[in-house]
Write a protein that binds this ligand. Sequence first.
Ligand SMILES: [Zn+2]
Length: 268
Amino acid sequence: MDNQIQELYSLMRNVFSKEPLPIRQFNLSSEDRELVRKYAEEPSNFDGDSYRADTFKAGPIAGFHIGQHTMYIIGQPQAPLPMKLYARALQAMADGKSYTIFLFLNPSKRVFPPKGTKVGPANINGGYCMICQPDTIVVYREEDSLRVLIHELQHAGCCDNQRQPIEAIEAETEAWAELIYAMLLACSTGLKPEAAWRIQSSWATGQNRLLMGTYNVRVPADYAWRYTVGKEAVWRRWGLPLGNPAAPRGSLRLGAPEEKFYKAAGKN
Ligand SMILES: [Zn+2]
């Protein structure tokens, strides 16, 4: 029944049993700075609020090599960044590729809009990339950046079934992303896989009840469906057990907060 949970957990345990990828900061060249500027200033359908450009203007920029991957981090973090978990996600998912990630630490949170308003990209999105191009990953909010990285690694790594409509591709990508996210946190905290999955699925189904009821997110044409109600439909199709819906507290971040996993494991 819950094969995906066990399989992903074993895969992730295997990754955690290996030497972690080395993380090394490097000095930026003028080419690096120009590249980051390009990503900060290019137009985006998702980041219509110029989160990237604002963060870039405020600076600073740091560059890191994580194994064979490159991560540019733009802006000041509000909290310590989960660098070791970014590295484990890359280690689990890279499949021999070299990724480049532009992480803009914009502090804006994802929140439900006022009742009667549609949920759009400003309420829910946090990253994008070019399909099958590993050197184009942009994450533009600090909040939930690990889960967004996992989501974009799938698109950039060419995992999408391109014959499907975009709404179905996104729902499936997000269904995997949150499962991988929960298993990564299970390995990192020492929680059992079922317990980590219960935290994540309760968080998601709680949001979905509110989205379906108050915000009328019902069908693929409703923008938020692909990341929320649509992904739950994918989990149900897979036959995954889902936790009881948790009461959403205004947040529309899709990955349950990391603190919930650490707290459940008695490590806060
Ligand atoms: Zn996507």
